[in-house]
Structures are given as C-alpha cells and as structure tokens.
Design a binder for this molecule. Structure first.
Ligand code: ZN
Length: 110
C-alpha cells in the first residue's frame, strides 16, 4: 500500500472516529445502536459508552500517530524493531504501529 492511499484511509478513519467520539460524549443513549453486538451484557449504557469511548480514543491516537509516521517518512516500519510491517497487516489495519511479533509481545505484557 502506498503512503498516499494509507494517508487517505487514515484520514477517513480519523473522521469516523471523531464522529463516534462526538456521539459517545454527547449522547450516551445513542450508543445502543453502536453496541448491538454485545447486547445482553449487564453493563449500563453509561458504562458501555465509557468503555467504547476509551477504545475509540485509543484508536484515534493510533491513527494520528500513523499519520505522523507518514509525515516523518517512517510509515510501515515497526516502531519497536524497525522491520517492515507486512503489507497485509497494513491493509487490514493501516494504523498498525508494530509487526505481528512485537504487537504480540506487547499484548502478552499487559
Ligand atoms: Zn517489530
């Protein structure tokens, strides 16, 4: 994926996330339509909105950082080991900052 395409996709994602975050902050009840998938859990709407806001905010940061890496000319390289992030991974997740191995290590540490 070339950086022009990556930048466009990241900008789209950013706009989408900003919209979601705006909704989540402004109207927690509207969250129901976003979270139909996990209906049945006993979280309140406010808890669910908060959880989704946390996820959306973290993803927004990842997208912003990916755009910064494009600007710095280091996009597509793993921020931990410096090896190229596989094309397929970037296609699926243009905001990915790490190769699969480094991401795996990071997630196991949590
Ligand atoms: Zn790596």
């Amino acid at each position: 994926m070339d950086v022009t395409t990556a930048r466009e996709r990241l900008k789209d994602m950013l706009a989408e996330l900003d919209r979601s975050i705006g909704v989540l902050k402004g109207d927690p009840v509207a969250v129901r339509e976003y979270s139909a998938a996990d209906a049945g859990s006993d979280l309140t709407d406010a808890d669910r909105a908060q959880a989704m806001l946390t996820v959306a905010t973290a993803q927004r940061r990842a997208v912003v950082e990916a755009i910064e890496r494009i600007d710095e000319g280091v996009y597509g390289r793993c921020v931990d080991c410096g090896k190229p992030v596989p094309e397929g991974r970037l296609e699926a997740r243009p905001e990915a900052a790490r190769c699969v191995q480094c991401q795996g290590k990071r997630e196991r540490r949590r």
